[in-house]
Ligand binder design. Sequence first.
Ligand code: GSH
Length: 273
Amino acid sequence: MKGCERKDQDKGSAFHFLFSTRTKVRETESPKRESQRDSNNNNSRKKRKMALELIYFPLRGRGEPVRLALALAGVEYTEKAVDYMTMKSTAGTESCPFGQAPIFKVGDFHISQMDAITRYIARAHNLYGATQQDAALIDMVLIGVESIRSEYTKLIYEKQLSPEGLEAHKALVLAQEGLNGRNGGAHFGYLNNILQRNEGGEGFVVGASVSIADVQLFDVVDLHLRDAIFGDLLRQTYPLLAAHHDRFAAIPAIASYLSSPLRQQKVNGNALG
Ligand SMILES: N[C@@H](CCC(=O)N[C@@H](CS)C(=O)NCC(=O)O)C(=O)O
């Protein structure tokens, strides 16, 4: 369903996408090859193309950070819609370890859990920071984003985006008063401060280059910037986060993806929000 081709190393300026209804897939290393590389450096020069496939629902949801990471990495892959019965009948097996999607296939190797997938892509495509410290901060951001995403998921699926649910969500993750309260670590203020501590918040959220932390930060801010959720209130409360969102969206590879038919219009699994 989708494809993209990376033209040079500068992720901020030189990605090029090719779109097709069914894309040929490409990968340079499998886990097997990674271990071969560790044991025999000579083997690292040998590259093997591996088929990449994202299995997810035709909506943004937890598939979206994976799609964004793949767009940023500039790798080609196919996407297959989840067959719910197959997913449940294979739940707990190697091909569907947690009975949930997204699932990312690298050849015959199956990865589930959104952040395990984005981290896999990041390690293979230099989207995991330059140092161990960067990687730790990136992990920290991913977990912080997940805290907000879990609350957002409750708002959409459990509270059915009720006005009361939305107010409670706002009080928890957006309102200044919530910052020092018991919030399970779910607050945009924390992400804002991490961003601000890195070069005054005018660059990437961690380090000097784009990473999967930027992907996840963009996605969770993007979800909440929509009129159905916080709209301009988020932009006004945390202008640095909104500016980061807009900068990330302007990265050519991301801008191409976002304006393409590959960007799902449906956001959640229900018709709300
Ligand atoms: N922790 C998992 C959660 C995955 C998840 O909740 N997937 C949902 C769709 S977004 C799903 O497959 N739901 C069906 C089910 O749980 O039965 C991740 O981050 O990937």
